[in-house]
Design a protein around this ligand. Structure first.
Ligand code: TYD
Length: 416
């Protein structure tokens, strides 16, 4: 039988064995493995959730790698559920159309294309589009929305077959997937094969500096194998003869960097800032020192204490508490804090695939937004705090009727 997970032996970017553990969030179940109601009695597996720092290239990474087939063959997360993300995708497609020399039908390939959310926007701008998506359920949705999607994991074989059939790509996008990849060298080999010499490889990853600055420890879970700064990213690109042409910062997902890379060492974009500016900033912020990371665990403990005390007090005062956003990060938070259905009665999520399931570990039931009106909670714990604005807008009625929100990150606070 195939191993369910393996331990990390060396840094996945530079190969160093100089890895230091600085955060231990305990053993937790897989954050996106929601439980069907009929399996409510079955036990689920829990895996160590620990983060190591590479003293050589400064990449933070999990101590284990869970078999990707287990994590990604079925995936309940749908990019297009969030309006903010759809708008973000539209902006990215517009930028991409500006920076490349577009001849007709330039090819844009999205790696881990989810339900086709990003490629819809590229299509609107007359790109020819191909998605590569390992989750069968998502590939099917994308296809039904008219986005041609190859249902497989990305690697050099996928790149060769797309290149043979459709030619080279002007744009290869990889948003919120780099952190999921164990073998980044193979990933880059594929990009090298498929990308046109004048094209751009556009990666978006949560920026680890912001995770640290805002105590976003809940975004650490088994799917996220790596936590990126520009320094290790640049090291990876150099190894594969790619150069960073520009970097932009976005607030989405708690702080994201969009990195434009090119095969041409001279490529430089007027958009965003240079890699060197980011390296200076990271150095100034002490991101290359292990001591900086050691405070994350104590900050996580403080948030846990405050959140649990707040919820228990509200519970004692007979306040009804529900949550919004059955996000993976929400599941890390609930499980790390030991919060279950005796405290949070239900979790609202607009993703149909998530509804009528139980959240892993906490076993809180996930329901549709109609439950807010039906059950009239007094408080909503925003587990998708990164979309707080959008969710608060959606739940205006709840708020107008006296409902309050609990925002857990970067610090626990109640908003009226
Ligand atoms: P997200 O924070 O994007 O990611 P992750 O799972 O990686 O932590 O998850 C947000 C969740 O919140 C997702 O399940 C969709 C849900 N959601 C809604 O149900 N309604 C909304 O309006 C928004 C913005 C999100």
């Amino acid at each position: 039988m195939k191993e369910v997970y393996k331990s990390l032996k060396e840094c996945r970017i530079c190969g160093s064995k100089n890895l230091y553990k600085y955060l231990d969030l305990g053993k937790t179940p897989l954050a996106n493995h929601l439980i069907e109601l009929k399996n409510a009695d079955k036990k689920e597996d829990a895996f160590p959730l620990e983060v190591l720092y590479c003293k050589n290239c400064s990449l933070s990474q999990l101590s284990i790698v869970v078999e990707p087939e287990i994590l990604f063959s079925y995936y309940p997360y749908r990019s297009s559920v969030s309006k903010s993300f759809r708008e973000h995708c539209a902006e990215m497609a517009a930028k991409a159309a500006e920076i490349i020399e577009m001849n007709e039908n330039g090819l844009a390939v999205d790696i881990a294309s989810n339900d086709g959310c990003l490629l819809q926007e590229f299509k609107k701008r007359n790109f020819k589009t191909i998605g590569v998506e390992p989750a069968k359920n998502l590939a099917k949705i994308a296809e039904s929305n008219g986005i041609e999607t190859i249902n497989r994991f990305w690697d050099s074989e996928a790149a060769k077959s797309i290149s043979a059939k459709y030619g080279k790509a002007k744009i290869i996008a990889a948003t919120n997937v780099f952190a999921h990849v164990d073998d980044l060298n193979e990933f880059m080999e594929g990009v090298k094969i498929l990308l046109d010499n004048s094209g751009f490889f556009i990666v978006e990853v949560p920026y680890f500096h912001d995770l640290m600055a805002n105590n976003e420890f809940d975004t650490i879970y088994h799917e996220h194998l790596s936590y990126f700064l520009v320094k290790p990213l640049q090291q990876l690109y150099k190894k594969h003869n790619f150069a960073i042409a520009g970097i932009e910062k976005y607030p989405i997902h708690g702080g994201t960097i969009r990195v434009y890379a090119s095969k041409s060492p001279k490529a430089s974009l007027s958009t965003g800032r240079s890699a060197n500016e980011f390296l200076d900033f990271e150095r100034k912020e002490k991101m290359y020192m292990i001591e900086t990371y050691q405070k994350l665990e104590s900050n996580a403990k403080k948030i846990k204490k405050k959140l649990v005390e707040t919820l228990i007090k509200l519970n004692k005062d007979n306040k009804k508490i529900a949550a919004y956003g059955a996000s993976a990060k929400g599941n890390t938070l609930l499980n790390y804090c030991g919060i279950g259905s005796s405290i949070v009665e239900f979790i609202v999520d607009d993703t149909p695939e998530k509804q009528n399931h139980l959240a892993p570990g906490s076993r809180i039931k996930i329901v549709d937004s109609g439950f807010i009106e039906k059950e009239k909670p007094d408080y909503l714990l925003l587990l998708a705090w990164n979309f707080a604005k959008e969710i608060m807008k959606k739940t205006e009625n709840f708020r107008n009727n006296g409902g309050k929100y609990i925002i857990p990150i970067p610090d626990v606070r109640i908003i009226q």
